[in-house]
Structure formats: structure tokens, C-alpha cells
Ligand binder design. Structure first.
Ligand code: 5AD
Ligand code: SF4
Length: 471
């Protein structure tokens, strides 16, 4: 198992399933440069948002380590404090500014804002929080070393907001925050133009990494002791290899899954438009490909999908679901849904509820529509009042809770392989995930199971997790 280091990246986002302040794993500490510019100084990164942000923070940490910075044990001690931010919904942006407010008056500390809020607000951040001296969007992370140089040589304010890029962010060192599951970004940015979404404005155009670079990283991770890899992208299955090999997404999935030592490969997030039968066939025929697909639908109404510019109808989406359902392996399906999109009628909302039943999702991330700057939906008429949005969200979540409970209860008696990633001391239970991404808490007579693959028999079921015993 990879070695664990001090905490220097903390995730407080609402997109990942749980806040984490876990130990870090540094797969290449040997390559640190103690004589480099940052020698002796320390950093701390707080991350808001999605897995892409979590992984970007790991790479930014790698850049800093390579410059001789060391990881601070907590934010208070750090010389350089970075916030990697999310702007997918208004609430996430508010959270960033309130966190920044807590750092006002920290005279000697360098404070930087990275990620989507950096890109969206740009220089405005210096106005609203003059104690910030670095603002850099994710498409400009390749410039980070120069920006940090400028700060170290006395620069007061530095800015990286270039969106016009055609390359991905590659780092020599990545300081991974999970000792068991490693992220690899295979595609950055997004070329879709969903009318509600800021991502194309904050992360820039789609660009894929050369397949060789991805495979080299996967082999390096396997050598370092990782057994589970999660391939990342806003639209991960739109992957197009820019190198002469021209691997398609499915070819890449198969090659990563074939890397010796890798037992599980996941991928997220898939766009329904680029989701084809070959993906299902690959999962069916490749045991190392996890039997789980996250396929955001956003709405069950074709009329709303059109207004959202999602490029598929309800029927087309359901056809893709039928491919998944007819697979030989049971593949779990999860989704994202937005309620209260402008002009969403009672009938549109009812269509979303019936879609929940038609698909039988194993998990749903549901959100209240939030108007975002520079998006076309923000100026659409017929906004839905906030209380009505909340009412719809509550109905949807309750229906989905019932569906999940019923689905999970059917699993009682079955045995799953669980990769153990935690321990609930008070409950004397281990916790981990099945290949289908279900959370399973279980008891075992064993002393230390962290990072192990264990067969667990399900004894009880709740809507969000299963309880079992080591088989
Ligand atoms: N309002 C609410 N939810 C949104 N999402 C993206 N943009 C918005 C918005 N403006 C949701 C979508 C997406 C998930 C990551 O966040 O469901 O899939
Ligand atoms: Fe946003 Fe749509 Fe791109 Fe997903 S596919 S990141 S929702 S624009």
C-alpha cells in the first residue's frame, strides 16, 4: 500500500459524497527539490467541489512539492493557503467568499484562489477580498510555477485566467489524497453547451490527454500499490486520443483495466450523447471494469431537456439505459437531476418522477436549479419560485429514497467484494465500496482491513448503504 503523509489538502465540497481530511499519499517524494524556490515554506489546500477539483488539488500540491514547499499540517500554520473553488451553483460561490472572509487580516500569509470561482470572478476577487494575491483558473494551471515565482520575487498580485488552451495540465509529481483509489484525468474542459452550466466557461474547451501518458500513469500507480483507478473528465466518454494511436474511450478503458495490479477501473462523468453499446460490452467482458455507470439525465422531460440543450430526448436516454439493463453483469446506474429549471411545469416534473421509476437508479444527486453567470438559462423567463423548487426537490428525494431502499433490500443475502477504505470505531464496523459503488459497512474479526478486498455478505439494507458481515 502507498505510504501516507500529513494532511495538506482538505475537501469541503458538496459534490463528493463526504467531506474528507484524509492522509495523503505521495507517490514520488524522491523527486522533491529541497533547494528550490519554496524551500522551507509550507502550503495548505482547501478543496470545494467535484472529483476533478479534488484531483487538480493533488496535482497543484505536486507542483508545490516539486518547488520545495512542504505540506503544512493545518491551514493556520501554512505560509501559502490555497482555495480550490467550485461555482457550479450560487451556494458554492457564497461558501468560498465566506471562507475567504475568515482569512482577512492574515498579513504574512499568501492566499490564493484557484478553480472555477477564480475563472468566473477573475480580478473581482482582488476587489472583494484584497488579502488574496493569487487568482488562477484551472485552464491556466500550467502557468502556476511562473505565477508562484512572481509572488516569491515580490509580486503583489498575480492572475492566470487564460481559457484559450489546447493542452492538459501535466505534473511530474501528484500528491494523492487517497491511499487506495487514484484519480487520473483523461479529458479536461467541455465542448457541450448545456444552457444552465458554467463549466465550459470556467474550464474551457475539451482537450484529451494522449493515451500513452494515461497508461504510463496507470502503470506507475499500480507499481506504487494502488489497485483502483478512477478515470476523470466532465464528459469522460467523449475522450479522443490526440496521439497517433487514436484510441477510443472504450479501447482506453480496456487498456487501463489490463494494467497488471489494477483490480478496479471506474470512470466519471459520462455524457448520454457519447454513451454507446461498446461501453456496456466492455464492462460485460472485463471484470476489472466496475459495474457502475454515472449517467446524468438532468430531467425526465424532453421539452426541458431541449431547453437545457442536453442533445437527447427522454426516449433516447431510456434506450441507453435499456442497453445497460440488458448486460450480463448487473450494472448499477446513478444520475444527476436538476429540479426547477426555468419554465419546468408540473407535468415536466412528473415526467422526471416517472423516469426515476423507469430507470430504477441506485443513486441520484439532485439539485435545485441555480442561475449562473454567462449561461443562457440565466436569462430565460418563467423562473420557478424558490419554495416551489424546494418542494419538488423534497418530493424527488423521497421517491428516490423509496426506490433505493427497495433495490437495496433485494440484495440481502448476496455477497459482494468490498475494497475497504475506512473504519467506524464507535460502531466497530469497517466500511468500503462494492464494484457497483455501493457503500457497505460490515463487521469482521480481522484486525486491519484497510486497503484490502474482502467478501461481504449483506445482512441488512438502508436506502444509502448496506450492512453485512465478512463472508
Ligand atoms: N444549477 C443546479 N445544478 C446544476 N448542475 C450544473 N449546473 C447547475 C445549475 N446551474 C448540476 C448538474 C450537473 C451537476 C454536477 O451539477 O446536475 O450534472
Ligand atoms: Fe456542464 Fe453540460 Fe458540459 Fe456537463 S456536459 S460540464 S453539464 S456543459
Amino acid at each position: 500500500m502507498p505510504k501516507a503523509f500529513d494532511v495538506a489538502i482538505e475537501t469541503v465540497g458538496n459534490e463528493v459524497s463526504q467531506p474528507l481530511a484524509r492522509p495523503l499519499a505521495d507517490e514520488s517524494s524522491a523527486r522533491r527539490a529541497p533547494g528550490a524556490a519554496g524551500a522551507g515554506k509550507s502550503f495548505y489546500i482547501e478543496t470545494f467541489g467535484c472529483q476533478m477539483n479534488v484531483h487538480d488539488s493533488e496535482k497543484v500540491a505536486g507542483v508545490l512539492l516539486g518547488r520545495g514547499y512542504r505540506a503544512a499540517a493545518n491551514a493556520v500554520e501554512a505560509d501559502l493557503m490555497l482555495y480550490n473553488t467550485c461555482s457550479i451553483r450560487e451556494k458554492a460561490v457564497q461558501k468560498v467568499f465566506s471562507r475567504l472572509g475568515e482569512w482577512r487580516g492574515q498579513k504574512r500569509k499568501i492566499i490564493g484562489v484557484l478553480g472555477c470561482v477564480a475563472q468566473q470572478e477573475g480580478e473581482e476577487i482582488f476587489e472583494r477580498a484584497p488579502w488574496v494575491s493569487l487568482v488562477c483558473g484551472s485552464a491556466s494551471y500550467r502557468e502556476l510555477p511562473e505565477l508562484i515565482d512572481e509572488l516569491e520575487s515580490g509580486g503583489r498580485r498575480v492572475l492566470g485566467l487564460d481559457l484559450d488552451v489546447d493542452e492538459t495540465f501535466e505534473t511530474e509529481i501528484t500528491r494523492r489524497d487517497n491511499p487506495h483509489r487514484a484519480y487520473i484525468t483523461i479529458i479536461e474542459g467541455c465542448d457541450y453547451a448545456c444552457s444552465y452550466c458554467v463549466v465550459p466557461h470556467t474550464r474551457g474547451p475539451e482537450r484529451s490527454r494522449p493515451s500513452d501518458a494515461v497508461l504510463v500513469e496507470a502503470r506507475r500507480l499500480a507499481d506504487a500499490g494502488y489497485t483502483e483507478i478512477q478515470l476523470l473528465g466532465q464528459t469522460v466518454n467523449s475522450y479522443r486520443d490526440p496521439s497517433p494511436r487514436q484510441l477510443g474511450f472504450v479501447d482506453l478503458l480496456r487498456e487501463v483495466a489490463a494494467v497488471e495490479g489494477i483490480r478496479r477501473v471506474r470512470f466519471t462523468t459520462s455524457h448520454p450523447n457519447d454513451f454507446d453499446r461498446q461501453i456496456v460490452e466492455a464492462i460485460d467482458s472485463t471484470p476489472a471494469l466496475c459495474e457502475h455507470v454515472h449517467l446524468p439525465v438532468q430531467s425526465g422531460s424532453t421539452r426541458v431537456l431541449r431547453a437545457m440543450r442536453r442533445t437527447y430526448t427522454r426516449e433516447e436516454y431510456l434506450e441507453k439505459i435499456s442497453w445497460i439493463h440488458s448486460a450480463r453483469r448487473p450494472i448499477s446506474v446513478t444520475t444527476d437531476i436538476i429540479v426547477g429549471f426555468p419554465s419546468e411545469t408540473e407535468q415536466d416534473f412528473a415526467d422526471t418522477i416517472t423516469l426515476l421509476d423507469a430507470v430504477g437508479y441506485d443513486g441520484v444527486f439532485s439539485f435545485i436549479y441555480s442561475p449562473r453567470p454567462n449561461t443562457t438559462a440565466a436569462s430565460m423567463p418563467d423562473r420557478i419560485p424558490e419554495p416551489e423548487k424546494s418542494r419538488r426537490l423534497a418530493i424527488l428525494q423521497e421517491r428516490q429514497r423509496q426506490i433505493q431502499l427497495a433495490r437495496n433490500e433485494k440484495l440481502i443475502g448476496q455477497t459482494f467484494e468490498v475494497l475497504v477504505d475506512g473504519r467506524h470505531q464507535a460502531r466497530a464496523q469497517w466500511t468500503g465500496r462494492s464494484g457497483s459503488n455501493r457503500i457497505i459497512n460490515f463487521t469482521s474479526p480481522c484486525e486491519n482491513l484497510l486497503g484490502e478486498y474482502v467478501q461481504v455478505q449483506v445482512m441488512r439494507a438502508g436506502p444509502h448503504s448496506l450492512i453485512g458481515e465478512q463472508a
